[in-house]
Design a protein around this ligand. Structure first.
Ligand SMILES: Cc1ncc(COP(=O)(O)O)c(C=O)c1O
Length: 422
């Protein structure tokens, strides 16, 4: 390729163009691009302390080589990552069980805490049982590739997470997207797969909360359509758990559909602020997945201290439903402030997307915000189409009003530097 990967207008899209003679050429072309982004602080910024509402990041431009920021780029929505109660219980499990299990769950990586967590998660989602995976990603590829076979079809929302797409690639079943949250399109697809080319089993997959848009599905309507057409319903509630519903039990609670979802997927990497994932469903589903889900069978168990962190997170959620309420109030406050500053934003969840026109360099915008002490993620192509690039403002319950006022002042001032709102 003759273009310069360090050039200002170069984008990640350029690497998708074919024309690499050798692997070596491809890798050595990409490396300078990535290193430049990293050196500029656009990626992989180094945190110098625990994940929390106030964080410190290494920054060679700042006095003392570090900068304090308000963290609007984390999935640690309830602030559990640094909650003393969680730390104490995690340390106790660390002392009792050591750092890891030494094997996968079917062989030797299973403790009473792993079982307790499975039972608690099943109860949280109104399911009969649950099984734990090493990540939400592993859970998604695991259940999809294991459960569905050639005569089955998956109808999935077009904005579904990459892990669902990878589960489709790993499986051997038919998969068809339907337009995001569009019930007419879903109905049309259900009619096609039921009457025109009948499949043995139909599963409809939606998310509890879409992480790039911050919106939720019309789950009651989805359930009704599934019932009408004899389809199973799968919900990836990665971002909804701990956020939606008065008690934070997720989209099922918010839509009063507890126990009415056939396959629920969740992760510990969002509100629980650690890593790991789970699938909840019927006893028979969970038994089957324990054997046929390759990412479960052939992968080590999550470490027992991590299991203890999630159990402590569930205890915390039960004892402090006001944290969920505080998150809601913080979102409402920020959204009202951004609207007053002229921005067209929605606040259905802890994720508030703010559209940024294509002419604006997201990298520069994000870095300016960082320099002013506000950490926000910029979402660009290929995660979203170029015309839909956005700041993804992630809220935390542990921000004070003073924090939010400061963030609003910085956001309005920096965005104005870029001619926004237009
Ligand atoms: C909707 C959704 N599903 C699954 C995952 C994967 O979760 P994990 O980080 O546990 O691998 C994510 C993470 O971004 C997600 O947003």
């Amino acid at each position: 390729m003759s273009v310069d990967p360090i050039a200002e207008d170069f984008s990640v899209e350029d690497f998708l163009k074919p024309g690499w003679e050798t692997l070596e050429a491809k890798l050595s072309f990409f490396s300078p691009y990535f290193r430049k982004l990293r050196a500029e602080g656009a990626l992989m910024r180094e945190a110098q302390g625990p994940a929390a509402a106030h964080m410190r990041y290494a920054d060679p431009d700042a006095a003392g080589g570090a900068r304090d920021v308000l963290m609007f780029g984390s999935n640690n929505y309830l602030g559990l990552a640094n909650e003393p109660e969680l730390i104490e219980k995690t340390v106790a499990a660390l002392r009792e069980f050591g750092v890891g299990c030494g094997g996968p769950p079917l062989l030797n990586g299973y403790t009473r805490l792993h079982r307790e967590l499975e039972e608690r998660l099943a109860r949280l989602k109104g399911a009969e049982d649950a099984l734990l995976y090493s990540s939400g990603y592993a859970a998604n590829v695991g259940w999809l590739a294991a459960l569905l076979s050639r005569k089955d079809v998956l109808l999935y929302d077009s904005l579904s997470h990459a892990s669902l797409h990878d589960g489709i690639k790993m499986g051997s079943f038919k998969a068809t997207p339907f337009a995001h949250n569009n019930m007419q399109d879903l109905r049309k697809r259900l009619m096609e797969v039921r009457y025109e080319a009948p499949y043995a089993n139909v599963i409809v997959a939606v998310e509890g909360l879409y992480s790039m848009h911050g919106d939720t599905p019309p789950l009651r309507e989805v359930r009704q359509l599934c019932d009408k057409f004899g389809a199973l319903l799968a919900v990836d509630d990665a971002h909804g758990t701990g956020v939606l519903g008065a008690l934070g039990h997720g989209i099922q609670e918010a839509c009063e559909l507890s126990g009415r979802v056939d396959v629920t997927l969740g992760t510990f990497s969002k509100v629980f602020a650690v890593a790991g994932g789970f699938v909840a469903g019927s006893n028979e589903l969970v038994d089957f997945l324990r054997f046929y889900s390759r990412s479960y069978m052939f992968s080590a168990s999550i470490p027992t201290p991590t299991v203890a962190s999630v159990l402590a997170g569930l205890d915390f959620l039960e004892a402090h439903p006001e944290r969920v309420q505080q998150l809601r109030e913080n979102v409402d406050y920020l959204v009202a402030g951004l609207r007053a500053a002229g921005f067209d934003v929605e606040g259905q969840s802890a994720i508030v997307p703010l559209g940024v026109p294509e002419r604006v360099s997201m990298q520069k915008l994000v870095w300016r915000l960082h320099q002013e002490g506000v950490f926000v993620n910029g979402i660009t192509f290929p995660a979203v189409p170029k015309s839909k690039q956005r700041l993804r403002i992630s809220m935390m319950a542990t921000f004070t009003r003073a924090d939010l006022d400061r963030a609003l002042e910085v956001m309005a001032r920096v965005l104005a530097e870029f001619g926004l709102p237009e």
